[in-house]
Design a protein around this ligand. Structure first.
Ligand code: SAH
Length: 352
């Protein structure tokens, strides 16, 4: 199937709306009204944009698609985690996750269909890279989750504010242009008006991606997935990112941290009997200490019988070794254990 699909409405930066609306013979204030529908009210169809003239809506509908994502499945966990499977216009599917935190919700979004990084512990890697997501498909994930949070509020949350983390399917720094385009819309005052401090990009950390990211000088947070400090083991666990020496990735990440004055997170998926030895914690501490970094320990979420979660003891000892070296480390409590909430699992169950 190779039918050209119209571009998504929600991939348009607010700055471009005046030109588009002007080109359709409409006065400038209509662009502002359109932006309000698109990004403040998260309008996903033309019918809701009630104060816009029919002629403008018809012209827009000829050129743009107001929604590219269709909800296929929504799972809610006992602990409040919500997992969404969205179908894209070409029949592909992606996952997004909502995780209620203490004060706010965290939206975990995808940046690609599949992934080319081939990490052996990750469900998304299994089918390789299918295609990039467009900026509109990234922005819509945030909007559809925001709408879901409004329609079905999480009671314990103090407010409806949300953070966005690029920790869903894909390697965001292999899709830098579209991710940057989405970030522009998310942070623009006439877009979703999010503070960049509420946004984090998570990367497997290959040098090309990190360099492209640094060149953009975006003030968003950064997480680097390290997972083991041993170069040979890292190449086996993360074949593509493993080609970049870890010290080089961490130097680039440190440059970003200093530039935006925000701590970089080192993510470490802890795998039973594989990278959970206290010696590995010491090696990690040596690499991380004296850098503006903190560590997030993520117990392995089992996807097959190859890699399993560490014992609670091993995890706590690992954390203590880091603390003894003055390295701050948190343990991520895995949400959504009762649903398919490890990244890529929902899509994999559907497609297999
Ligand atoms: N490609 C990016 C973002 C997507 S993966 C990255 O590598 O950071 C997001 C996070 O989920 C990464 O830290 C990754 O190491 C972790 N992850 C992937 N599969 C996992 C699994 N089965 N269990 C626990 N964490 C996993």
């Amino acid at each position: 199937m190779n039918i050209e699909l119209p571009p998504l409405l929600h991939g348009l930066a607010p700055d471009h709306l005046a030109d588009i609306v002007g080109g359709m013979g409409q006065p400038g204030y209509r662009a502002k009204q359109l932006a309000e529908w698109m990004y403040r009210h998260h309008a996903m169809d033309w019918g809701t944009m009630s104060n816009l003239p029919g002629t403008l809506l018809t012209s827009l509908a000829e050129r743009f698609d107001p929604c590219g994502l269709t909800l296929q499945e929504r799972q809610c966990s006992q602990d409040g985690t919500r997992k969404y499977l969205f179908e894209l216009r070409d029949g592909q599917s992606i996952e997004s996750v909502m995780i209620p935190m203490e004060q706010h919700a965290t939206f975990c979004v995808s940046s690609q269909v599949g992934c080319a990084m081939a990490c052996s512990f990750c469900a998304t890697a299994r089918g390789g890279l299918v295609r990039q997501l467009s900026r509109g498909e990234i922005v819509e994930q945030v909007q559809l989750l925001a709408l879901d949070l409004m329609a079905d509020p999480v009671e314990e949350l103090g407010d409806r504010a949300f953070n966005v983390v690029f920790m869903g399917m894909g390697e965001p720094l292999d899709n830098v242009d579209e991710v940057a385009g989405a970030l522009k819309i998310l942070t623009h005052t006439d877009g979703l008006a999010m503070s960049p401090r509420r946004i984090t990009i998570s990367t497997s950390g290959h040098a090309e991606g990190l360099r492209a990211f640094l060149d953009l000088r975006l003030p968003v947070g950064l997480t680097v997935s390290v997972n083991t400090t041993d170069p040979d083991k890292r190449k086996r666990l993360m074949p593509i990112p493993g080609r970049t020496p870890l010290s080089e990735s961490l130097d680039l990440a440190e440059m970003h941290a200093r530039r935006i004055r925000r701590t970089v997170t080192v993510a470490y998926v802890v795998i039973d009997g594989w990278n959970d030895h206290p010696d590995e914690a010491t090696a990690l501490a040596t690499l991380v200490a004296r850098r503006p970094f903190k560590v997030n320990l993520i117990p392995m979420n089992r996807i097959d019988d190859r890699f399993g979660p560490p014992s609670a003891d091993a995890l706590l000892i690992f954390q203590k070794v880091l603390a003894d070296h003055d390295v701050r480390a948190t343990i991520r409590i895995s949400g959504g254990d009762d649903i398919d909430a490890a990244c890529g699992q929902l899509r994999r169950r559907r497609t297999s």
